[in-house]
Each structure stands twice: as C-alpha cells, then as structure tokens.
Write a protein of this length. Structure first.
Length: 184
C-alpha cells in the first residue's frame, strides 16, 4: 500500500511548482495569474507549466466567471478542493522547517513517505518508480538538509540504512496524508 501512495504522490509532483500553486490557490480560494506567480516565487513560465499540468489533471480550471478585477482567474475543481488544504499543510510544514527548496523537488516527498525507519537503499528503490541515480541524489539532498540520516552498520558485508530525522516528522505526516488522499 505504501508504494501506491508514493507513486500517486510522485505523479502530483512532476513539476516543481505544482504543490505551491495548489497551496496558494487553497489559501486564497483562487487567484489571478500574476499574483499567483509572485506569491509562489516562481517565474511566469514555470507557473504556466504547473497550471497547465494541474488543469490537465483536473485539479484547477480557468474561472468561467473571470473578467472582473475582483474575480480569480484560476480556481480549484472539486478534486482540487479536496487536495489543496493538505497541499497547503505540506507547504507550511516545509516552510517551518526551512526546507522549501528541497521539498519542491520531484522525489523528495515520495522518498520521505516511502522511507520509514531504517530502510536500505534497495528497499526504498523497490517502492518507487525512480532511477537509482535520482534516488541517490535525493537522499544526498535530504541528508544535507538534515531530514534524513544515513547509518552504516558494521557487519559483513557492511550495510547502510536511511531513516527520517525527528526534524522532518511533521513534513512526513503531512506528506503521508497527501499521499493517502491521492491514492483514494
């Protein structure tokens, strides 16, 4: 079941700015394009690509009543309204831990969800549709950010396990909630 949740999460996070865009749309119940791009801190082309992907996924729609300056240009669909509050919680948790940059990478949240306590590289790799290189780079970034720790066990042959740190417990809990919503 964990693998299914991580797969669903990796599907949502294909683009770096999808999660922050959903969170911002949840925060304001819709938004016009330029304020949205400014709020998430991304360039306009990146926000446009994220919006296009979210529209294709059926989570966001252009507002059919748009035209008045007070009306939002983009709004959440019913499916988007179901996911967006949890996306906002994930983004806020990343912000509280000062891990926004690493948290926006494609494989960060799926790896954290799949990682549990004390898993080997191959065990994490078997749960995700990720290449070994992408997983290795993600784990290095997570270790650098203080969200994952690596332990080398003195055995023959030596084994290495990875586990999340106490610092990222809140992030993992929110990400698991999002993964559960996506898998449902």
């Amino acid at each position: 079941m964990l693998s299914v949740n991580a797969d669903a999460l990796s599907g949502l996070l294909q683009r770096r700015w999808e999660l922050p865009v959903l969170a911002e749309l949840a925060r304001h119940e819709g938004s016009r394009f330029v304020p949205l791009a400014n709020a998430v801190g991304a360039d306009r082309q990146s926000v446009r690509r994220a919006l296009d992907t979210l529209i294709d996924d059926g989570l966001v729609v252009p507002n059919p009543g748009y035209g008045h300056p007070a009306r939002p240009e983009y709004v959440l669909t019913d499916a988007g309204r179901r996911l967006a509050p949890t996306c906002l919680a994930v983004v806020e948790a990343l912000g509280r831990k000062r891990a926004e940059d690493v948290g926006r990478r494609r494989w960060t949240l799926p790896v954290l969800v799949a990682l549990g306590s004390g898993q080997r590289f191959s065990e994490v790799r078997s749960q995700l549709p990720v290449t070994s290189r992408a997983l290795a780079l993600t784990l290095k970034e997570l270790m650098r950010a203080g969200l994952v720790e690596r332990t080398v066990h003195e055995s023959f042959p030596p084994t290495t396990t990875y586990r999340t740190t106490a610092r990222c417990t809140e992030i993992v809990d929110e990400a698991r909630g999002l993964a559960s919503l996506l898998a449902a």
